[in-house]
Design a protein around this ligand. Structure first.
Ligand code: CTP
Length: 421
């Protein structure tokens, strides 16, 4: 079957008008300046598969930066340029297109970013990860829609195969190991047998990747619709243990991911917390360092491991809401959710969920100002009373503003004798 016949009309049908107008504008400009423009990469793969993809990557045999500048000058919009890579992102009307100069890449050493020089569209396609991502469509008005498929990408799409372009592909760029698995599982494809063999051979090349590149690829997996599929496959291929030998892509993980989706709309951090749940503190710390995880995600990973220690305390039906609150306050909500899904104790799980869904949002009606007006002296006592009011509210001892005021008045009266909150 030849895909090239109606690819122009498919393209026109699949893109929103505003985006199509941007692509057309770029094509017209390229033509006016004698440069050839192509649509490349994932958007063609998805176009041929009938999957929606609004990530438009354009490659120009010429100068992408010049074209991007001209485009902005004539049509307005915003531009972000990366001169080092010869790439630009052009944004207008809520849409974006990526523009790159066709390039030839050579890899000095495994895992490092490649040396880049301008090249032809064929060179540009050859430097790509898999045949299904290495196709281009001509955008010049005379040849609009003509498919360039020098490496058999459309055949592999039909056969459902993920195939690298040359034997040392995984050595040059080991992110392709994770990318291969991600596409295979997303599309329900198979690794082409010699690609699978080479992937297994080169799995240790993952050690050549920087933490940032490795983390980025894992985050991409975590953003898939069903990320567990890629982790199960990674375990099978010996890839997961390259991250940490104690990580498991198994039925337990698949069940937890599925439950997470039933409970909420999980983000990458929640999935990651479930993935690392079985790790020891030391292993977790090692993974945080290896992947250079920082900020909220690192805190959530650490909280997840620390929270495991609290499960015995949380597995108590008589725990008051205020005790649950005090135990869990400060922990990342994603870590709490992950623990509720992973905990073997249904009571602990239920207490964790109550906190995430309800308790953590509760506040007293009275605030510091109101307490001052009632005669509480400014200072640490205000904070103590607010905490005590919150506890009373959490445990259902107050309901209305009047209830809270009565409690405060009682504390103020008893100030001399008892020390209330
Ligand atoms: N690419 C590559 N090797 C990489 C990253 C990207 O060859 N390590 C190429 C592929 O041709 C890919 C294109 O750059 O199709 C765009 O990359 P990206 O946006 O990451 O992938 P998409 O194919 O758009 O996939 P996704 O649907 O996951 O966004």
């Amino acid at each position: 079957m030849s895909y090239s016949v109606n690819i122009a009309s498919q393209l026109e049908k699949s893109l929103p008008d505003e985006l199509l107008a941007l692509v057309r504008a770029a094509a017209d400009l390229a033509k006016a300046y004698g440069q050839r423009l192509y649509l490349v990469g994932g958007s063609i793969r998805d176009l041929l598969l009938g999957r929606r993809n609004l990530d438009i990557d354009l490659v120009v045999e010429g100068d992408a930066l010049e074209l991007a500048h001209l485009l902005t000058k004539i049509y307005g919009g915003d531009l972000i340029i990366h001169p080092r890579f010869g790439t630009a992102k052009f944004r207008k009307a809520g849409f974006a297109i990526d523009l790159a100069t066709a390039r030839l890449e050579t890899y000095k050493r495994p895992g490092a970013l490649p040396k880049v020089v301008p090249g032809s569209i064929r060179d540009d396609l050859f430097r790509r990860d898999f045949t299904i991502n290495a196709m281009a469509v001509r955008l010049d008005p005379e040849n609009l829609g003509e498919l360039l498929d020098p490496y058999g990408g459309s055949d592999d799409l039909e056969k459902g195969l993920i195939r690298i372009l040359y034997p040392n592909s995984f050595i040059d760029d080991a992110t392709r190991i994770l990318r291969a698995i991600r596409y295979e599982q997303r599309l329900g494809f198979h690794l082409e047998p010699s690609t699978e063999k080479l992937l297994r051979r080169d799995v240790t090349m993952m050690d050549t990747l920087s933490g940032d590149r490795l983390r980025h690829e894992i985050e991409l997996i975590l953003m898939e619709v069903r990320p567990e599929k890629a982790f199960l496959r990674s375990e099978e291929l010996g890839v997961l243990r390259m991250l940490n030998p104690s990580l498991r892509g198994d039925g337990w993980l698949a069940e937890r991911f599925e439950q997470a989706r039933q409970l909420t709309k999980p983000d990458a951090t929640l999935y990651l917390s479930l993935l690392i749940y079985q790790l020891s503190e030391e292993e977790n710390e090692g993974l945080i360092q290896r992947l250079k995880v920082s900020g909220k995600m690192a805190k959530t990973m650490r909280d997840t491991i620390r929270l495991k220690e609290e499960i015995p305390t949380l597995a108590d039906t008589s725990l008051s809401p205020s005790s649950i609150y005090r135990l869990l306050e400060g922990y990342s909500p994603q870590a709490i959710l992950a623990t509720s899904l992973a905990s073997p104790s249904p009571i602990a799980s239920s207490n964790l969920i109550i906190y995430v869904n309800k308790l953590r949002y509760m506040r007293p009606i009275l605030n510091g100002e109101a307490l001052k007006k009632m005669g509480v002296v400014e200072g640490p006592r205000i904070g103590e009373m607010l905490r005590a009011l919150l506890d009373a509210r959490l445990d259902g001892r107050v309901e209305t503003k009047g209830d809270e005021e009565a409690l405060v008045r009682g504390w103020l009266k008893g100030q001399a004798s008892s020390s209330p909150p």
